[in-house]
Write a protein that binds this ligand. Sequence first.
Ligand code: DI6
Ligand code: FE
Length: 395
Amino acid sequence: MLLTNANIATMDSAAPYGLLADGIIAIDGRQIAWVGSAQDLPAQFCDAPRADLGGRLVTPGLIDCHSHIVHGGNRAREFEMRLQGASYEAIARAGGGIVSTVAATRASSEDALLASALPRVDALIAEGVTTLEVKSGYGLDQDTELRMLRVAREIAKLRPISVRTSFLGAHAVPDGMNADSYINNVCLPALEAAHGEGLVDAVDGFCESIAFTPAQIRRVFGRARALGLPVKLHAEQLSHQGGTRLAAEFGALSADHLEYADDADAAALAQAGSVAVILPGAFYTLRETRLPPIDAFRAHGVAMALATDCNPGSSPITSALLTMNMGATLFRMTPEECLAGLTRHAARALGLEDRGVIRAGQRADLAVWDVEHPAELSYRIGFNPLWKRIYEGAL
Ligand code: DI6
Ligand code: FE
């Protein structure tokens, strides 16, 4: 099949957005077979059926590389409390925050978790998202952590979306346990069990004063390494703990949040080839003021991804497009950086080489937008110009 008369943001060349005007994409089965200018179409494709895109913009399918989209309940009540002045940390210390979602998630069956996640997934799909990362981390016991990951895998069977899972057992310390014994007696055995069931694509952690120290995360990463699993880390979100450098030391796929990261952290990420995952939804929701060091990431050549961080506490957002707008408006990322953040660099943050750019041999996961210029995707607020979404070659 040929997609003709397309304005293609390949995200794969030195040109801004890798733009290719009057382009054609040839799709063979689930893959892109060829992409280029209309006049260069190889003879072998000339007789293929054509779909005229009317000059619309085609981008790679969007990739949300950081989400906690599977969870029980919601935290609207806590949202009210924060508006009355309580801080995120104070709420967490008072048994609210992550721990309250843990209670709701433990009380939810697999079916209930799935039923509550699907409408959120559908909202992302409606905006052209074709790959979604989903974390565990609201179980904090073996059964519930595994249940969350099974639900994540189930999503990909029920919807046209590719799901990558991250085991986030080291997300919070459950009530009545100390952090070290939780890591040793719950988190590490749960990781082994989840991996044994094929439920884990990567291992994540939350390195923060209200969560785990670098020394504790190091033990989790050590086990991940022993199991042959890549790592990523919530680092320097609310304070500087040294998680970013730990992540870099382990060759992490990504370090995420990073508001309190510094120049040396940026250098370490660059050296390790780790992606900086920027999460403006959490910054916005928590009304943070400390900006991630975007200039340092640029100066050191650190690839920046953007993601929703969809979660019931700090980022109850299910919009990839609004995430791009926030990346631009709050962090002064360019619209091109924002789009790369949800395509090319997001793929890297998940360790995926078969998607994120429009190129022969890549998966045919595409988004067709009724816009003239790709900057429009970051510019509008609350407007969805998706015209068609193509998943594994299917329109
Ligand atoms: N950082 C976050 O922003 C989310 N998790 C994390 O480690 C928040 C999770 C929550 O508040 O439920
Ligand atoms: Fe997160």
